[in-house]
Design a protein around this ligand. Structure first.
Ligand code: F6R
Length: 649
């Protein structure tokens, strides 16, 4: 079961050993961490001011440092932090890139920091992405020299790319590299699509400070937030120093501080196998994690694990706590067995002491929140259908319009269809004809990275609405139980979204209050910065916070499904709903209703598979993991973790 306490808990009682080759500090969330980093920077600025000296900061762009800059701006506005003695050097800039372009790092830095603080303009250095090609080399040499002439960088802020890059030093970058022009890795370019709308718009090159330029900084903060950074953080912190992970060179620096949120730290050994690092607080959850880990390492089902298996894997302490392998195996086997149920809404009149859901009330009101219009069927289509088939009142709430992920050619086809239909049926007024012409004209003239006009966004939103309605109805949800929330934070017309606002929280809270559900299902991708799923989940948490004093709220269970690509680790699963081969096919058909997302939707991430394939493979993999642990063999399974609020009994 997940709750704030569980997420916050640390398994280690005493640490004896570390696998980490860089000093790491883990914070509960990126905001807390960023505030801490910003305050350390502020302190250094003030100290230098007292000594009448300037201070040189090395700055990064991207999502990682944004909250650090927010706090620095706040300190300037509210606590009189002056930047008059600050000199800055930015790590990098796309090439070619005009300063005034919205995607330039120049614009980014001014929007997030420089326009709001008093750094003298002449002290700001950002690589110029507009230098003619033949002058780039001498420009880079000049940039490098400027850093030295200013006395070198005192504090360097770094983010990390999923390739392991720092700055734009992609895999293969030499340790001795200095400021230069580089080619961007494909994965980096795909990650940049959020600013450029389409992959072909993302520049293929950049100017970046080199590894050697970064290593000269006296103090380095490496920041990473969110689950998607966890695998690369493991490599950078625990892996060998290698050309293929440029950030691993930081292991040679004397004063690096790695600052992570919990999600970005989840692949470090202290999180995946804390018993290898020291003495643990042995909770049932941790014991379950350890048993699953040993079972997977040895390839043996749980009930065949021996004392020796545990001892050989650093778990002799657990053997002492649990009275040996035999008792422990049975305990954990039963725990996992009890997560499996074909009755996600609870089984009426059955003994529910070991079932994941309560038997009463027999007919429950359920709300399934779907951040995008297809997450419901992709992530929990099988469970949704079971809930309907078993007579529960199932509501589906689509949180955002999802309009950004519709191709122009699809939207244009609909506009032309409506115009032709209107004309053919004599339904056209002068005004409506003019409107259709504006829309069609927009498509004809649309520039590569131009945001859509509101009418086009509306068409794209309606396309997705129609598909969502079809998918929900196919799954048996009644028309009057389908809700479209169109949360405002999403409606920027760009891939990068706005912040969660009162209006977003209200729309979610109003629906929950109206229905007074017994069960709520939500996409539980925790702490993923800039992710629609995370914002949608935060809106639900916030809504519950406001409704918690109402009687029904105490008995309303929140079930999280993993909306994005990864499944919960087995020890976090509280309910696993199996599917037969026929049910898998039925779920697949519901996903097929989302036709605009077939054959490569605009933003599928780096996974080449279509959504129905991803869903099927992930659900089959969960069933396979259960089978390998020695539990029953199913075709596929959907998994859920229960989120228990502090105020719930
Ligand atoms: C930015 C930079 C990059 C980013 C990295 C992480 O100036 O040089 O190395 O720090 O790509 O980007 P985010 O923070 O957006 O995940």
């Amino acid at each position: 079961m997940l709750n704030t306490a569980a997420v916050n808990s640390t398994a280690l009682k005493f640490q004896f050993k570390t696998f980490e080759k860089l000093p790491v500090k883990i914070w509960e969330d990126s905001k807390e961490a960023s505030i801490h980093v910003a305050r350390s920077i502020a302190l250094a600025i003030r100290q230098k001011q007292q000594d009448g000296e300037k201070i040189v900061l090395g700055l990064a762009t991207g999502s990682s440092p944004i909250k650090v800059y927010q706090e620095l701006v706040r300190l300037h506005e509210e606590e009189e932090l002056s930047f008059h003695n600050v000199v800055t050097f930015n790590l990098d800039e796309y090439y070619p890139m005009k300063q005034e372009a919205s995607q330039s790092y120049w614009s980014f830095m001014h929007e997030h920091l420089f326009d709001h603080v008093d750094v003298p303009k002449e002290n700001i250095h950002i690589p110029d992405g507009n230098i003619p090609m033949e002058k780039v080399q001498s420009y880079c040499d000049w940039y490098e020299k400027q850093i030295d002439l200013n006395g070198g960088i005192e504090i360097q802020i770094l983010g990390i790319g999923r390739t392991g890059h720092i700055g734009f030093n992609e895999p293969g970058s030499w340790e001795s590299s200095t400021t230069r022009m580089v080619r961007l890795d494909n994965l980096t370019r795909r990650d940049a699509v959020k600013d450029f709308l389409f992959e072909e718009n993302v520049p293929t090159r950049a100017i970046t400070m080199g590894i050697a330029s970064i290593m000269k900084a006296r103090t380095i903060y490496l920041l990473a937030w969110g689950q998607h950074k966890a695998p690369i953080m493991y490599e950078a912190v625990e892996g060998p120093i290698t050309l293929s992970i440029p950030s691993s060179f930081l292991q040679k620096h004397k004063n690096v501080r790695v600052v992570l949120d919990r999600a970005a730290s989840e692949k470090l050994t202290r999180a995946t196998a804390p018993w290898l690092c020291g003495m643990c607080n042995w909770t049932d959850d941790l014991a379950c994690q350890a048993v699953v880990w040993v079972s997977q390492r040895t390839g043996k089902p749980i009930l065949k694990l021996t004392n020796e298996d545990y001892n050989e894997h650093g778990l002799s302490e657990l053997m002492l706590e649990e009275n040996g392998a035999y008792d422990l195996n049975i305990k954990i086997f039963n725990r996992l067995q009890h997560t499996i149920t074909g009755w996600p809404g609870g089984k009426a009149k059955a003994d529910d002491t070991t079932r994941p859901e309560r038997a009463t009330p027999a007919k429950k009101r359920c709300i399934i929140f779907s951040p995008h219009p297809d997450d419901d069927v992709i992530s929990m289509g099988g469970t949704l259908m079971r809930l309907v088939d078993q007579g529960h009142e199932v509501h589906v709430a689509y949180q955002t319009s999802g309009n950004i992920a519709v191709h122009d050619h699809d939207a244009r086809r609909f506009a032309e269809f409506m115009k032709e239909f209107g004309e053919g049926q004599g339904l056209m007024t002068e005004a409506s004809k003019k409107k259709y012409d504006t829309i069609i004209h927009f498509f004809e003239k649309k520039k590569k990275d131009e945001p859509d006009i509101p009418e086009v966004r509306a068409i794209k939103g309606l396309i997705r609405r129609g598909e969502a309605r079809a998918g929900a109805k196919f799954s048996g949800v009644k028309e009057e139980h389908i809700h479209f929330l169109d949360m405002p934070f999403y409606e920027t017309g760009r891939v990068r979204k706005g912040e969660l606002s009162e209006a977003d929280i209200n729309v979610v809270a109003q629906l929950i209050e109206k229905i007074e559900p017994h069960q709520v299902y939500a996409a539980g991708d925790l702490a993923d910065p800039h992710d629609t799923h995370r914002v949608c989940l935060n809106a639900i948490f916030e809504a519950f916070e406001r409704l918690k004093d109402q009687m029904w709220a105490r008995d309303c269970w929140l079930w999280l499904y993993r909306g994005a690509w990864h499944e919960f680790p087995i020890h976090e699963i509280d309910m696993a709903v199996p599917m037969s081969p026929d049910q898998v096919l039925r779920k697949q058909k519901a996903i097929f209703m989302h036709q605009s997302q077939k054959d490569r939707a605009p933003f599928p991430g780096e996974d080449e598979r279509e959504f129905w394939q991803r869903a099927r493979e992930r659900n089959k993999a969960t069933a396979e993991t259960y089978r390998q642990l020695g539990l029953a063999e199913y075709e596929a399974m959907e998994a859920f973790a229960r989120w228990k609020f502090d105020w719930q009994p």
